[in-house]
Structure formats: structure tokens, C-alpha cells
Design a protein around this ligand. Structure first.
Ligand code: ASP
Length: 426
């Protein structure tokens, strides 16, 4: 019987894949770690042949190193949620449900014990594309239960790390410790992995700064020697595979970590103060139905009306926040129908416009298109939130302030909107 941890060759009609069989969240799929380091999932029904090519490695009982804690160092909890950064443990132990113990972590990253005292806890082993609002709530509760630490690092898949950082930024009210999300674009078992530098830099930042709040720590550039601390509400993944995929949008990063030192790049961040840690208030998510619709040429009115049963909609408009709503000739009759559908929808649910430009601010005051959108109640004017943060904010407002969503969505609540555009982003 094939088991997690077996090295296997899986043949489907079209391909042959070789690698380590991982734990799958979906009973209908196999997940294997390919020799390239990437994880790959295959529908079980497509598998024509499956052979075990190397017997399951015995999980060796290694001698646990005595972990000496240094009372002078800060205490950090590493909370593992899964994703590429978690993958080295699979190889090391040969097991698939990795134990993310302190010993495992220090075996992989021994230098960390000179910076902070770490404890390590398994939260889950989930690809970040599978994460939903319920996971945000569970993570927030886990954080609340561990406020005795000086900081918490969450290891996380990179695909939706910026959604999770935004969600935690909204949920955790009066947070007094740093929560740093760390991922990796290359799994830890590859020579080129970025996981060590990212994790190490997060530890450095927690040990040396007075930051409290939610941030992301990832590579600054393609050199493997510096990381940026990026604001949890203002960051986006901008590249599918580069190690420096994450960038701060419309604001400067909070800090740079290089050569054992930190350089603060933007002093406008929440500071650790002496407030009672136990005052942390959780404003959790319910399960509202929110969509994200990207504006594009040749849109059809059904693309709008299909959201009529939703609780809210984010529309990623073109440019300053536009949609094809102007009937100008006989080729543009559909646009008038789109406008009518939008008007109907925005009476029913909050509809918020963002920009697919990524950088810059929505401005519905400039063109007549924008003014028409404002007249029918489309929200989001003058905001420079990312689409992802707008999505999370809308869901969070609907969950916590259902009567005030339209009033609150365009107000800066937690630093997600800049009042003035910084000179670097004009
Ligand atoms: N798809 C993976 C995830 O987000 C990629 C990664 O871990 O970076 O979980």
C-alpha cells in the first residue's frame, strides 16, 4: 500500500512524475514533491500506474539536541501553516506529516538560536491557495493564545500571504507584539532556497526593532543577503517565482534587514508599547460572499448580474478606476446595459472599485466615466488600497460593521489607505 513518505513514480495518460508522496488535503488527489522541489497535485482518477521506487524512510529517532535558551534573548514562536517554506522537513525526516518541533527548526536553521529563543508549533500544512476566512480566525485565536511571546513568525505559502497579512491586520485589534509572515519561493531543500534568509531576517527584525503589528518578511532582491519588512496591508506578490516577488504598494517598506542589522525605511509604523498584552481584541470574519471582478474589453452585463446574490463586490477597474459604461455608438450598446446592471447591483450590495494598475490611486473625479460611477454609488473613490486588501477589508466590514460598510470602506482604518500619495509613488 502506497503511503505518504514513499518515493513514487506516478504515470498518467500524458506524463510520468517522480517524487515524494506528500500529505494531501484533498482525498481525491495525490500531492507529490517533484525532484525539482515543486509540489504537484494529480487527480487520483487520472493515475494509470503508481509504483513505489524507494521504500519509505524510517523516521530516524535522532538525538534531540539540548536546547539552551538564553534568558537575554527575546522569545519567538514560529507557527507553521505550510507552503513551500515547509518542504525541507519532508526531505529531512522522510516523513510527510512533518514535525515542526523546535529541534527540527534548529537543525535546519542553527544560527537562529543566537538571535532569539524559538519555540515552534504546527498549525497546519496547507497550500495558501486553499486558505479561507475560517483559517484567518483560527490563526488569530492561536496568536491570542500565545501573547506571552515577544513576537510570532507565521510560515506561510506565498500565493495568498498578502491576503492573510491583511486579514490579520484587521482582526487583531490593539496588537502589541510583531506578527511576521514568512514564505519561500524555493523550497528549503534547494540550494537556491530563500527560506533561511527570510526566516533569519524575521528573527533579526523581531529581536532588534520596536515594531508591533503585522508584516511580511521576504527577499529584497535577487541577492541572497537582504530582506524587506513589508506592511501587512500594503503588500502584493508581483512575480510568480522570483525570490523578491513581494513589493510594498504605494508606500515604502518598513525596514531592510541586512548583515545582522536593521535599517528603518519608514518610521510610520505601530510601535510596541507597554499596553496590557491581554487587551487584544479579535474582530473575526464571518463567511460573506465577496467577489473580485476584473474589468476588461468586451465585457458583458451578465458579468455584473451574476453577483446579485453576493454580499459585496470588488471591481478592479481600468486606469483611475473605470468601467465600460458609455454607449457612444452602435458598437457599444452593451455598455449601457452594463451601467444599468451596475446601478442595480450597487443599490443592493456594496460595490467597490480598485485599479488594476496596482500602483497609484483611484480617482473617479477626473473623467465623466468616473463621475457616472460615483453617481450610482460605486465606492472606492480616492483610495489607494490594493485590490486584495480592499477585498479583505470589505469582507471584514461586512462581518463586523454590516450597517456601516459604505461609510467605512473609503476611510483609512488601519493604515491601508494613504491620505497623501508619497513622492516616491507619484
Ligand atoms: N502555492 C504555494 C502556496 O502558496 C506556493 C508557496 O508556498 O510559495 O502555498
Amino acid at each position: 500500500m502506497v503511503k505518504e513518505g514513499n518515493y513514487v513514480v506516478i504515470k498518467t495518460k500524458n506524463e510520468e512524475l517522480k517524487g515524494l508522496l506528500l500529505k494531501s488535503q484533498n482525498p481525491e488527489k495525490f500531492v507529490i514533491k517533484l525532484t525539482s522541489g515543486y509540489n504537484f497535485s494529480i487527480n487520483k482518477k487520472d493515475v494509470v500506474k503508481l509504483d513505489i521506487i524507494k521504500p519509505e524512510k524510517e523516521e530516524k529517532e535522532f538525538k534531540k539536541p539540548e536546547i539552551q535558551k538564553n534568558p537575554k534573548l527575546k522569545k519567538v514562536l514560529i507557527l507553521h501553516t505550510g507552503g513551500t517554506i515547509a518542504s525541507k522537513v519532508d526531505y529531512k525526516t522522510g516523513a510527510v506529516s512533518p514535525s515542526f518541533s523546535n529541534e527540527d527548526m534548529l537543525k535546519m536553521f542553527p544560527e537562529i538560536k543566537d538571535i532569539v529563543n524559538i519555540d515552534s508549533k504546527f498549525f497546519g500544512n496547507i497550500f495558501s491557495e486553499d486558505i479561507n476566512f475560517n483559517h484567518y480566525n483560527l490563526l488569530a485565536k492561536e496568536i491570542k493564545n500565545n501573547l506571552n511571546y515577544d513576537g510570532i513568525i507565521i510560515t506561510h505559502g506565498t500565493d495568498t500571504m498578502h491576503y492573510t497579512s491583511a486579514a490579520l491586520s484587521f482582526i487583531l485589534e490593539d496588537l502589541v507584539i510583531p506578527i511576521i509572515l514568512v514564505g519561500a519561493q524555493r523550497s528549503s531543500d534547494r540550494g537556491s532556497s530563500d527560506s533561511f534568509q527570510n526566516l533569519f531576517s524575521a528573527c533579526q527584525f523581531i529581536s532588534k526593532s520596536d515594531f508591533s503589528g503585522v508584516a511580511i518578511c521576504m527577499h529584497e532582491n535577487m541577492n541572497d543577503d537582504s530582506c524587506l519588512i513589508l506592511p501587512g496591508l500594503r503588500t502584493r506578490k508581483l512575480h510568480t517565482s522570483r525570490r523578491d516577488a513581494f513589493k510594498a504598494i504605494n508606500v515604502k517598506p518598513i525596514a531592510k534587514v541586512k548583515d545582522n542589522s536593521i535599517e528603518i525605511l519608514n518610521h510610520d509604523y505601530p510601535k510596541r508599547d507597554r499596553k496590557d498584552k491581554n487587551n487584544l481584541n479579535l474582530k473575526l470574519f464571518e463567511d460573506p460572499k465577496i467577489g473580485i471582478l476584473k474589468t476588461h474589453p468586451n465585457m458583458k452585463k451578465e458579468e455584473i448580474s451574476m453577483y446579485s446574490k453576493f454580499d459585496g463586490l470588488i471591481i478592479e477597474g481600468t486606469g483611475l478606476g473605470h468601467m465600460p459604461i458609455n454607449k457612444v455608438d452602435k458598437l457599444t450598446l452593451e455598455n449601457e446595459l452594463i451601467f444599468k446592471e451596475l446601478e442595480k447591483l450597487s443599490k443592493k450590495i456594496p460595490v467597490v472599485i480598485t485599479s488594476q494598475c496596482i500602483f497609484g490611486r483611484v480617482n473617479l473625479n477626473v473623467y465623466s466615466t468616473g463621475r457616472k460611477l460615483q453617481e450610482i454609488g460605486i465606492l472606492g473613490n480616492l483610495s489607494d488600497m490594493t485590490t486584495e486588501t480592499a477585498f479583505i477589508k470589505l469582507a471584514w466590514l461586512i462581518s463586523n460593521y454590516p450597517k456601516d460598510v459604505r461609510k467605512m470602506i473609503d476611510k483609512d482604518l488601519k493604515g491601508e489607505i494613504s491620505r497623501r500619495t508619497s513622492e516616491d509613488f507619484i
